[in-house]
Design a protein around this ligand. Structure first.
Ligand code: GLU
Length: 433
């Protein structure tokens, strides 16, 4: 985060408001240097487990506890072969601001492992999760650090992790992890929440720009939990999902994704094959697979990156725009490369960043923590209403801090400033610790 850039933007927006600008500069400068580079704590540990052939495998596990000014560390676990401390630090950094935006009392953290779930059996996944928890348990707890899912970690993995935690710690508090199953402390709608929240946010972006989502064509990347939730809500709102993608290529769905296809996304995730081609094999008349292509090659109105960081490049942005795309809401964390964001913003494509768009996931984790702490469960209606309100509020914060002199909204700036101001204030008020 660059203080001078934020200050220049703010000065353009609030000319002459010298006391205000001075206060903001003071906060930003006092925190920036220390904050940007220094998570509060990083744990690194070895994870050894036995594969199905009886051979010993070793991976590295991590938990980055980034910032606890607002509440216990909170953020997902990522299991992916490319995981490094650097990746988890960027995710923990983003998570801290995102969590601040939700209005709920959650600090920021992230963790994971370079374990590659692709091609692993369920038994191997279970043994890995159990071995991972053998170490992680020392540093987590409902008022300390509450991990959840992320790429490669969904309901199945949270189940194995939670089972092992309870066994080792002999503590049966339901609030140690979020994203739990419905029968053991999970919140209704948590699996859907990231995708649902992203679509609620997209609706606000569209309405503010005088547009509507009905009948719009959506291209989305991925076919995991987030893409599944986004596709479900997009169809419910009357949009047409014309593409999904995976590491192997893209499936074009000219007539729009159906309920059966959305359900099948769950089987694809559970198979650990990581191939979107399976959708075209299962629904040959409806989905057409092209190897090596991204979702961004399919003409659409709205692009929703739902898979991995940096998955949408500047060239992809240009191709999207050339094919008629006029809105991109980033659902994955940092899904768009800086060149792509710049291109969208310069060329009139509505753009909103992941830390605002995808905050519904962790927000609903926060709601799960509340239910666990109170030992009760809310109805779907109650959770959905709260999620709606949170996404609307995040949108309002983006508008408040991101409205430009010409009336357009810079959602990147709005989300960054709103999140940062809250964390900075919480840190300053609690002194040098
Ligand atoms: N991994 C998700 C995120 O990036 C969810 C984290 C959580 O629920 O704690 O926000």
């Amino acid at each position: 985060m660059n203080v001078e850039k934020i200050m220049a933007d703010l000065e353009a927006k609030h000319p002459g408001e010298s006391e205000y600008l001075q206060a903001v500069r003071e906060v930003l400068e006092s925190i920036e240097e220390v904050y940007n580079q220094h998570p509060e704590r990083i744990f690194t540990f070895r994870v050894t487990w036995i594969d199905d052939k009886g051979e010993v495998q070793t991976n590295l596990g991590y938990r980055v506890q980034f910032n606890s000014a607002i509440g216990p560390y909170k953020g997902g676990l990522r299991f992916h072969k490319a995981v490094t401390p650097s990746m988890l630090k960027f995710l923990g950094f983003e998570q801290t601001f995102k969590n601040a935006l939700t209005t709920l009392p959650m600090g920021g953290g992230k963790g994971g492992s370079d374990f590659d779930p692709v091609g692993k059996s369920d038994a191997e996944i279970m043994r890995f999760c159990q071995a991972f928890m053998l170490e992680l348990r020392h540093n987590i707890g409902p008022d300390q650090d509450v991990p959840a899912g992320d790429v490669g970690v969904g309901g199945r993995e949270i189940g194995f992790l939670n089972g092992m935690y309870q066994k080792l710690a002999r503590q049966y508090h339901t609030g140690v992890l979020t994203g739990k199953g419905m029968t053991w402390g999970g919140s209704i709608l948590r699996p859907e929440a990231t995708g649902f929240g992203a679509l609620y946010f997209t609706q606000h972006v569209l309405h503010t720009a005088g547009k509507d989502i009905k009948d719009k064509k959506i291209a989305l990347s991925g076919f995991g939990n987030v893409a599944w939730g986004a596709a479900t809500k997009a169809v419910e709102l009357g949009a047409k999902v014309v593409a999904i993608s995976g590491p192997d290529g893209v499936c074009e769905i000219p007539d729009g994704i159906t309920k059966e296809m959305i359900d099948y996304m769950l089987d694809m995730r559970a198979s650990n094959r990581n191939k979107v081609e399976d959708m075209a094999t299962k629904f040959p008349g409806q989905a057409k697979f092209t190897a090596g292509k991204k979702a961004w090659s399919i003409p659409c109105d709205i692009a929703l990156p739902c898979a991995f960081q940096n998955e949408l490049s500047e060239d992809d942005a240009k191709e999207l725009k050339a094919n008629g795309c006029w809105c991109c809401c980033e659902v994955s964390n940092m899904g768009c490369q800086p060149g792509a964001i710049h291109f969208f913003q310069k060329n009139g494509v509505l753009f909103a960043p992941g830390k605002a768009v995808n905050a519904g996931g962790v927000a609903t984790s926060g709601l799960e923590m509340t239910q666990n702490a109170a030992h009760l469960s809310w109805s779907a209606k109650e959770v959905d209403e709260k999620l709606h309100w949170i996404m609307e509020n995040i949108h309002e914060q983006c508008v408040k801090f991101g409205t430009q002199a010409d009336g357009s909204i810079d959602y990147v700036k709005g989300a960054n400033i709103a999140g940062f101001m809250k964390v900075a204030q919480a840190m300053l008020e609690q002194g040098v610790i």
